[in-house]
Design a protein around this ligand. Structure first.
Ligand SMILES: Nc1ncnc2c1ncn2[C@@H]1O[C@H](COP(=O)(O)OP(=O)(O)O)[C@@H](O)[C@H]1O
Ligand SMILES: [Mg+2]
Length: 392
């Protein structure tokens, strides 16, 4: 009975999981989910790609590490394998919660975990009536948002199931708010309605925090978070070209993160989340923005040089060699003065404002091999594999 790694495309994280499994002496089998036809009929089950039969491999699998990238495919994969009698990390019930920002926030809110004030209106910005006329709801939606959220402080609109900062819009006045509401159209990442949030004045960074649990053991929060930082855009996703720093977590944030993990996992025995959190620093800034910008720009210049390594061609053919080079370059980045200076500002800001933390998202299948592993110092593949093993 074995652990299977289910994936869509074998990318850095999946290659990292394979390499880690080898080092841990754990046998992994592989399920290239997108390529397989799953057939069900009478009492039979068949799984095959165009070139290979997977039925036996799946029968021999006890636990599936679900690394399908698209949220829809991941949810479908989890559900399918659970009905085939497999355990999954994360489970489909967890995937269902994390799929939606609103569902995630509801679970956190219910357990008393601090979140940004959020308003959900299950109505689209406009809809077409039977007689072909378009009904505009923007003004009503904007009014309802403004009943609860202060427009002067900023209102953030986001697709309920989006990722990578896509479609996240900040409005600071009525005109922008109406325009941004109009921009939201029903889509696969935002099936219905509009989610809006108070704008959290997080200064220049937000946090990614790893929490996980193995069966039979208490949940753990990794004490160092990944801070994603930049001043160009209010969205600090690394995908948008922001730099990353290690951030030391105070104990209250560690406790809240564990509580968040429990709130989102319910009765599941093994799980892993990358929680996104922000600190509402407001005007409690340690240095002025101009000074910060200078340091950040210097750090970003060094960080930019890492980008080249990330895309080098031999990554696929000699992952281990590429990985050594990557590790070395991150070590070099982390000892630079600008990195250290910005890191200190982040650490001190967190410590001073630790009670102003809010959690706004949970990622159930996080990217980790490059930033989280090398900057925050946790190879997420280890708790994933150990979590899977604990279920056998
Ligand atoms: N309420 C908010 N206030 C301030 N910034 C926000 C808020 N919500 C999101 N952001 C910024 O936008 C980024 C992306 O938002 P998030 O909700 O994490 O969605 P995604 O799934 O696209 O990562 C966050 O990392 C944060 O920097
Ligand atoms: Mg996020």
């Amino acid at each position: 009975m074995s652990i299977a790694l289910l994936y869509e495309r074998s990318e850095t994280d999946e290659m990292g999981i394979k390499l880690t499994a080898q080092k841990l002496g754990v046998d992994l089998t592989f399920i290239p989910f997108r390529k397989i036809a799953f057939s069900i009929f009478n009492n039979n089950f068949l799984a095959k790609t165009k070139g290979k039969v997977f039925t036996q491999i799946i029968e021999d699998t006890k636990v599936v590490l679900n690394r399908a990238q698209s949220k829809n495919r991941r949810l479908q994969a989890g559900y399918l394998f659970e009905l085939l009698g497999k355990k999954t990390v994360n489970s489909s019930s967890i995937e269902f919660i994390c799929y939606s920002k609103l569902r995630t926030l509801l679970h956190l809110w219910k357990e008393g975990i601090p979140i940004p004030k959020t308003v959900f209106i299950p109505c689209d910005s406009s809809n077409i009536l039977k007689n072909g006329k378009i009904l505009h709801n923007e003004i009503d939606i904007a009014d309802l948002f403004q009943d609860t959220l202060l427009l002067d402080e900023g209102i953030v609109i986001k697709p309920d199931s989006g990722t990578h900062g896509k479609g996240i819009l900040l409005s600071n006045n009525r005109e922008e708010l109406l325009f941004n509401i109009r921009e939201t159209k029903p889509s696969i990442i935002n099936p219905i309605g509009i989610v809006a949030q108070e704008y959290i004045k997080k200064w220049f960074f937000d946090l990614r925090i790893i929490v996980y649990k193995e069966k039979g053991k208490p949940p753990i929060c990794h004490p160092v978070a990944l801070a994603r930082a930049g001043l160009k855009d209010f969205r600090t996703n690394t995908y948008l070209g922001n730099a990353v720093f290690a951030a030391k977590l105070p104990s209250n944030i560690i406790d809240l993160s564990i509580k968040s993990g429990k709130a989102l996992s319910k009765d599941q025995e093994a799980w892993l989340f990358a929680l996104d959190g922000m600190i509402n620093i407001q005007e409690n800034k340690l240095v002025d923005d101009y000074q910060l910008k200078l340091e950040l720009e210097k750090a970003l210049t060094v960080f930019e040089s890492l980008r080249k390594i990330k895309t080098e061609k031999y990554k696929q053919s000699d992952f281990s060699l590429w990985n050594d080079k990557l590790e070395k370059s991150f070590q070099d980045y982390m000892v630079t003065k600008p990195y250290q200076k910005v890191k200190n500002i982040i650490d001190e800001s967190i410590e001073k404002n630790k009670d102003a933390i809010v959690f706004h998202e949970s990622n159930s299948c996080p990217e980790f091999w490059e930033h989280t592993r090398l900057i925050a110092g946790i190879n997420v593949a280890i708790p994933l594999i150990k979590g899977a093993k604990s279920l056998i």
